[in-house]
Design a protein. Structure first.
Lengths: 320, 622
């Protein structure tokens, strides 16, 4: 197992290098805007632009720029300077991470709780009314775009513009100052982000449970006289949940990487996704690059965590 | 989309080029005398703003605080994006000036109801202009103190001195403080070249600008090479001249690649920036070291929070209208949100002429729009009412018939709201378009059918978000009716400018989402840069003469008009040039827009007429 972990870590580092090179190439060889002109402002003269280009190191050869950037990242944990906000990218990302972690954590708890429960119940009561209703509902939620769901929920339930003003609306997280108000502000975003994902997990769990519950060892467990609840939860769910664990790792990693961009934008949550949206809209290349690298790290890390967890969940899995 | 963040000042490298050609700055009789200049403006905004539409009259801005205004409370300013620079030395966006007008004290300032000329703010009185208009002397108020610094920590406990104003202006030359107008409006201040050379040698050290002297701690003198005092005095109303003490700021200004002074700034206005989280929020608190009455600002609310990130402007407008203690920041109410405000919350909406225009730039430098008849045809065919509808219709502005907007000297002289008259202007006289007239001009251009035939492909690069993208789509449909095959490329706003429309070599045939807004109330500030040929050559990668108009007659007329000091003659000259540009069909003017400001029910907003935005130093809560 130790060797496996070491090998995965080394592959992860190699992956980060590859991602950084690809992102660098995309944004510096095919830029959507001129970073020096953006930094200089629209009315700067050629001399000023040239001076700024020099101060940002943009007049160096591409390979030199990349080497400088990677040296700064790996040896100094320095992701460069935001052209838009004039602050270090690392500072920007770290200031946004707490909001994204809040959002993702709450959403994960909700979608796991709802998705797994419904999946288990649907599998156990296959073809019942509850099964058909939950699967139809899940299909609807999977089909609904997150941003649409978010806007509709605001227009229905937000306390400032909603038809039934029961929950804090857009911008309330940014305006909140304590745990309780922050919690309240996140309820709608959690529900919106969790909606589609819980539906997906419900369907996965249902399919996985149906497979597992038809296994011989389940029949054996029943034959031994174990209570049905024990058969389902200790024998059925434990096996059925292993593919779900893989999914969780991917989902959490990508959400922390900025994939919650739509939810954060609709609800104006100052997270990593929102930062990425802003950076893309103003071609703030260093910020885009920094977030992408962070995102790649989260995905690699959480995949590793999930794979290790897999080995403990399923005794048949052994890594050499 | 031309958002408020694009309502920039006029300071463009083109004027740098013109300055280097020895063109004198603008002049104004009230300030070009050798004695103490009067406080009267060169023109009256009241007379020039006669073109108030019916719609705007229903939602007039309040420009003075009511007698019942109370102190206290927290005002929340709802924002889409962030300021361009929190550092006042680099700030150049109008929304940023909302903050700077409350926190900073440049030498001159703008009370909300004064658009004619700036009035003394940090200065103790009007400047003395002497030496044939080449020397400007300011005396500054004494005993002015700095606020605590942004983010906390040790500040600066010495009072403001004239050397602080000098340093503030000089630091604008650093690449780490990318000020877009210092080398433009201060181009005639002696010693600029030497100061720039010093910065090139060491970009981390603020140079000594020899043309700016401080004979004592309360006097600052600007020595000019030309009698262009008017422009310099006007430019000293921008945040750049708000004092910055060298002993405090130098360590921040020496940082690379960018000065970090903005994140640690100290202010001298009635408010100071206590906290700045980029892209998230800005918090302004009362400056404990500002004394009420030390300048014309009132400062009613205790705290101002700029909350950023409201991407959906419709819901943001709804939030403001239905909520409490909120105003908008860097976005206008447009489209459905504007209609909602006008119909259901009329008392919470104000329409203020922005002092700007919007036009469709036709690239005069290459086919097909290097042909004046084709440009006239396209202009005649354009339904400008439909274009205005993409921004909210009559509530969002009035149809432009030339380029100088209402309220700016030269507007009436150029024909006012109706525009220039005469057969030679027939192509601009039909706001809903006239296809038959357009076809007649196409025939004059050699297309016997009245429509384009053969190679009729034209490229258009537009914003990729509404309303700019909507404007482009509508325009595309109208041009198609004339036989043009329009290849529309919607891109990000920043990309539209920095990769296409402002790059001479890359500019497409049509840039539909451009426009201009004044720096000051003067015709020069409206039409010199966007239509002067020198703008193109001065900065080919950052060009703001989007039509690429380079007409020797117009260039010469602009150069001459700048030297006129009599206000009546100056307005007449710029009005005539405006008509000349219109007559060449260089572009398609279509909107003199309003700033559409919304506020919550319990807010008593005061609009600063200078920039058409909410004046945070005069707004109060019920």
């Amino acid at each position: 197992m130790f060797r496996y972990i070491v090998r995965r870590v080394l592959w992860g580092i190699a992956m980060l290098f590859i991602v950084s090179a690809v992102v660098f190439l995309i944004f510096y060889i095919l830029p959507s805007a001129d970073p020096a002109v953006l930094r200089a402002g629209r009315n700067a003269g050629p001399a000023q632009i040239a001076q700024i280009r020099h101060s940002l190191g943009l007049d160096l050869p591409i390979w030199h720029q990349y080497l400088n950037y990677m040296k700064q990242v790996f040896f100094h944990f320095n992701f460069g300077y935001s052209y838009q906000y004039n602050v270090p990218v690392r500072q920007l990302i770290f200031s946004r991470l707490p909001a994204t972690i809040w959002l993702v954590t709450g959403a994960v708890i909700i979608w796991l709780g709802i998705g797994l429960s419904i999946g288990i119940i649907s599998a156990v009561r296959r073809r019942s009314l509850i099964d058909r209703t939950s699967m139809t509902t899940s299909l609807a939620l999977i089909s609904a775009p997150v941003f649409w769901l978010g806007l509709v929920s605001l227009y229905l339930f937000a306390d400032d513009i909603g038809r039934f003003p029961i929950l804090p609306g857009q911008g309330s997280y940014a305006a909140s100052s304590d745990f309780v108000s922050r919690f309240e502000a996140m309820i709608l975003p959690w529900l919106v982000l969790a909606a589609a994902t819980s539906a997906i997990y419900a369907r996965y769990m249902r399919a996985s449970m149906i497979d597992t519950m038809s296994e011989d060892y389940i029949r054996t467990a029943r034959a031994k006289g174990l209570p049905e609840r024990t058969v389902i939860m200790r024998h059925g769910v434990r096996s059925a949940i292993t593919p779900i664990v893989t999914l969780i790792g991917l989902d959490v990693g990508t959400l922390l990487a900025g994939n919650a961009i739509l939810t954060e934008t609709v609800f104006n949550i100052p997270g990593v996704g929102r930062l990425l949206y802003n950076a893309i809209s103003v071609s703030d290349l260093t910020t885009i690059q920094g977030i992408t690298l962070f995102g790649a790290f989260f995905i690699v890390f959480f995949n590793l965590v999930v794979d290790i967890a897999y080995a403990y969940l399923d005794p048949r899995v052994r890594y050499s | 989309m031309r958002s408020r963040s694009r309502l920039l000042g006029v300071l463009v490298p083109g004027l740098l080029a013109m300055a280097s050609l020895g063109v004198a700055g603008c002049g104004s009789s009230s300030k070009s005398t050798s004695s103490a200049a009067s406080s009267g403006g060169t023109t009256t905004s009241a007379g020039e703003s006669a073109a108030v539409s019916n719609e705007q009259a229903k939602f007039p801005p309040v420009v003075t605080a009511p007698a019942t205004a109370k102190k206290g409370g927290t005002l929340t300013v709802i924002a889409n994006g962030d300021v361009d620079y929190i550092d006042p030395g680099a700030a150049y966006y109008q929304p940023t000036y909302m903050i700077d007008l409350a926190a900073d004290s440049p030498l001159m300032g703008w009370p909300p109801n004064d658009t004619a000329a700036p009035v003394p703010l940090l200065a103790s009185g009007q400047p003395v202009v002497s030496n044939g208009g080449k020397t400007i002397t300011f005396h500054i108020k004494t005993g002015i103190k700095y606020s605590p610094p942004t983010g906390g920590g040790a500040g600066w406990n010495k009072p403001v001195v004239s050397q602080d104003v000098k340093y503030a202006i000089e630091r604008g030359l650093l690449p780490g403080v990318p000020n877009g107008f210092v080398t433009l409006y201060f181009a005639d201040v002696d010693g600029l070249a030497a100061a720039q050379a010093a910065v090139k040698k060491d970009p981390k050290v603020v140079p000594n600008w020899s043309g700016i002297t401080t004979p004592n701690s309360s006097t600052i003198v600007f020595n000019l090479s030309k009698p262009s005092s008017i422009g310099v005095i006007d430019a000293l109303s921008l945040p750049l001249s708000s004092p910055v003490p060298q002993g405090y700021a130098a360590k921040y200004d020496s940082q690379t690649p960018s000065s970090t002074y903005g994140q640690h700034q100290i202010d001298v206005g009635p408010y100071y920036i206590s906290n700045y989280s980029p892209g998230k929020q800005i918090v302004l608190l009362r400056n404990p070291n500002w004394t009420p009455g030390e300048d014309f600002r009132a400062a009613y609310v205790d705290k101002i929070i700029v909350q950023e990130g409201f991407a959906d402007e419709n819901s943001a407008v709804s939030k403001i209208l239905t909520g409490q203690s909120m105003v908008n920041f860097d976005f206008d109410a447009t489209g459905e949100a504007l209609k909602l405000a006008a119909t259901q919350y009329p008392k919470q909406l104000t329409l203020t002429p922005s002092g700007g225009n919007r036009f469709v730039a036709l690239n005069n430098a290459k086919p097909p729009f290097n042909n004046i008849n084709i440009r006239k045809a396209v202009t005649a065919a354009t339904d400008r009412v439909a274009l205005l509808d993409t921004r909210g219709g009559p509530l969002s502005g009035i149809i432009a018939t030339h380029y100088i907007p209402p309220g700016i000297p030269g507007f009436q002289q150029a024909g006012g709201a109706a525009g220039p008259t005469g057969a030679q202007y027939d192509f601009i006289q039909h706001p809903t378009g006239d296809l038959a007239l357009a076809e007649s001009y196409m025939k004059k251009a050699g297309y016997s059918s009245g429509k384009c035939t053969g190679n009729c492909t034209v490229t258009m690069v537009s914003d990729n978000t509404p309303p700019g993208s909507n404007t482009a789509q509508v325009l595309k449909g109208q041009l198609t009716a004339l036989g043009f095959n329009v290849q529309l490329h919607p891109v990000e706003h920043a990309t539209m400018y920095t990769k296409f429309c402002s790059v001479v070599a890359n500019e497409p045939n049509i840039c539909p989402n451009v426009g201009w807004v004044k720096d000051f109330n003067d015709g020069q500030a409206m039409i010199d840069v966007p239509f002067n040929g020198a703008t193109i050559t001065g900065s080919p990668t950052n060009n703001s003469n989007w039509p690429q108009l380079n007409n020797p007659t117009i260039n010469a007329a602009l150069a001459s008009a700048k030297l006129i000091t009599d206000p009546t003659a100056r307005a007449a000259a710029y009005g005539k040039i405006d008509d000349m540009i219109t007559g060449l069909a260089a572009a398609i003017p279509w909107d003199w827009d309003y700033e559409t400001n919304v506020s919550s029910k319990n807010v008593l907003p005061v609009i600063n007429e200078f920039n058409g935005l909410t004046d945070l130093a005069f707004t109060s809560l019920k």
